[in-house]
Design a protein around this ligand. Structure first.
Ligand code: 9MR
Length: 481
């Protein structure tokens, strides 16, 4: 019966099934099962479903060949977001070529495991093939509508939701420049939403962004945008809060923020949850991560319009964090061996289940063993980009937020694909693309505690003029903003 309840819930009849289950006294049964890599007391999806929510993960095509990973994914989660397989660079690599093979594989896995799919993403400035950026402005709208219509039609009836526009805002709440914004102004968002609704009327249509989890300038801008879209009758069903957190930094206003979006009649989803820390992980940070996961889940459960939570990846071994933030990792509920961490057990408890005591195999693995992070370290980076059709200028300001002066620095970062550095100032920059290191020029080697330094470069690009990402200062990951 618990299986029938799960199946019914996954078919989207959550409330009706819940009523039936409660009447039949089955609710308790739904919390008793435990699958691979679970603490005693119920899987994440069983527990979430009993609360009328889903609990999802992100999977990439390469993840599907890791049987340890897929066993945990299939047992614990009931929603899948393709990590990369439904992005424009995969699904329409040239104007006349559509490739839905990789996305279809993720959908097949989801179907085979009775999971639903969050489609991600139709319109995004990133992972956008260069041919789109090279189009004359007058052709961008038709290209965007064709892309949205073709992709949403291909997956019609197979996805629960679409992140129709991904990451439309800058940190200050202004709309981000992109091929779409540049050609069509802010109206590209409503146009994409209308086009998606026409293609797949039953998919929930979302706008999704990061750093909008708490109340701030960026989430205010999202709030104003979705309010305005709703008042104009533009189809919009939900807002996705990516939720890429740093341990100990869950915004205190997250619940209030979810509440204000839900009060507009919108669904809210936590779409890409992770909670990174310096590695090797300290015991204190792993404990804080457990608290953080419980806080996020409680914030969602507190608001009926919060429909579910997805973690970005299954475990620390497949997480995007170490590749993007040098020196950081251990961001998920499963360690490098797909053993549940303290954050998994606290998630179970926050969902109303009973977490067992940690088994020997669920103690921190080698990459997340306790250690003391370097003291006095810390940095914040802000970037400023001026781009044109084939080139860009990027200026980077690095602030030393640690407690002691830096004497001699090297700043590592990742350039988006297709960008090649042609000249630099105030730093030696090499290599010209990919993972890049900028080194001080002796005269600017010192950055006092609380002080900052700046360097910059010119680069060619092939259609993606986005800022560099994954900055670290002397091996310590920097926050951006
Ligand atoms: O997880 C994705 C990673 O494999 C890609 O390299 C990266 C490139 O942009 O995108 C990652 O997923 C992003 C998601 O699509 C949107 N929000 C931020 C996610 C992490 O970068």
């Amino acid at each position: 019966m618990a299986a029938q309840l799960r199946a019914a819930l996954r078919r989207g009849r959550a409330l009706a099934a819940l009523a039936v289950a409660a009447a039949g006294g089955l609710l308790a049964a739904a919390t008793l099962g435990s699958g691979p890599a679970g603490a005693a007391g119920g899987t994440l999806h069983d527990l979430a479903e009993a609360k009328g929510r889903y609990f999802g993960t992100a999977l990439t095509q390469s993840n599907l060949s890791n049987s340890t990973l897929t066993a945990v994914a299939g047992a614990q989660f009931d929603m899948v977001t393709p990590g990369n397989e439904m992005k424009w660079d995969t699904t329409q690599p040239s104007a006349t070529t559509f490739n839905f093979g990789p996305g279809d594989q993720i959908v097949s896995f989801a179907k085979a495991h009775s999971m639903r799919v969050r489609g991600h993403t139709l319109v995004w400035h990133s992972q956008l093939p260069s041919w789109v950026g090279s189009l004359p402005a007058a052709q961008v709208q038709a290209a965007m509508e064709n892309h949205v219509a073709t992709q949403a039609t291909h997956y019609k009836g197979q996805v629960y939701s679409w992140d129709v526009v991904n990451e439309p805002f800058n940190e200050d709440g202004s709309l981000r420049t992109s091929a779409f914004y540049n050609a069509m102004g802010s109206g590209y968002i409503a146009d994409a939403l209308r086009t998606a609704r026409a293609a797949d009327p039953s998919a929930k249509l979302y706008l999704n962004d990061y750093n909008i989890e708490g109340v701030n300038a960026k989430s205010d801008a999202m709030y104003q945008l979705v309010s305005s879209l709703k008042s104009q009758g533009v189809p919009i069903d939900g807002v996705g809060l990516e939720s890429h957190f740093i341990v100990g930094q869950i915004p205190s206003t997250m619940k209030a923020n979810i509440q204000r979006f839900a009060a507009l009649g919108l669904d809210v989803a936590v779409t890409e949850l992770d909670d990174r820390m310096q590695v090797p992980a300290s015991a204190a940070n792993l404990a804080q991560q457990a608290t953080d996961y419980a806080t996020v889940i409680a914030n969602c459960l507190a608001v009926s319009g919060c429909v579910g939570i997805s973690q970005w990846g299954v475990g620390d071994a497949d997480s995007w964090i170490p590749g993007a933030f040098g020196g950081y990792g251990a961001a998920t509920m499963y360690d490098d061996n797909y053993q549940p961490k303290a954050s998994y057990r606290s998630a179970v408890t926050a969902l109303g289940g009973t977490a067992g005591s940690p088994s020997p195999s669920s103690s921190p693995s080698s990459s997340s063993s306790p250690s003391t992070p370097p003291t006095g370290s810390g940095c914040r980076v802000s970037t400023q980009i001026n781009a044109w059709a084939t080139g860009l200028t990027e200026n980077v300001t690095v602030s030393n937020t640690g407690g002691s002066a830096v004497n001699g620095w090297s700043v590592k970062f990742t350039l988006p694909g297709g960008q090649t550095v042609t000249s630099a100032w105030n730093a030696a920059v090499s290599p010209a693309g990919g993972q890049v290191t900028a080194t001080d020029l002796a005269y600017n080697a010192a950055i006092p505690a609380g002080g900052s330094t700046g360097f910059g470069f010119n680069a060619n690009h092939t259609g993606n003029p986005a800022a560099a990402t994954g900055f670290s200062l002397n091996g310590v990951a920097c926050t951006v903003g």
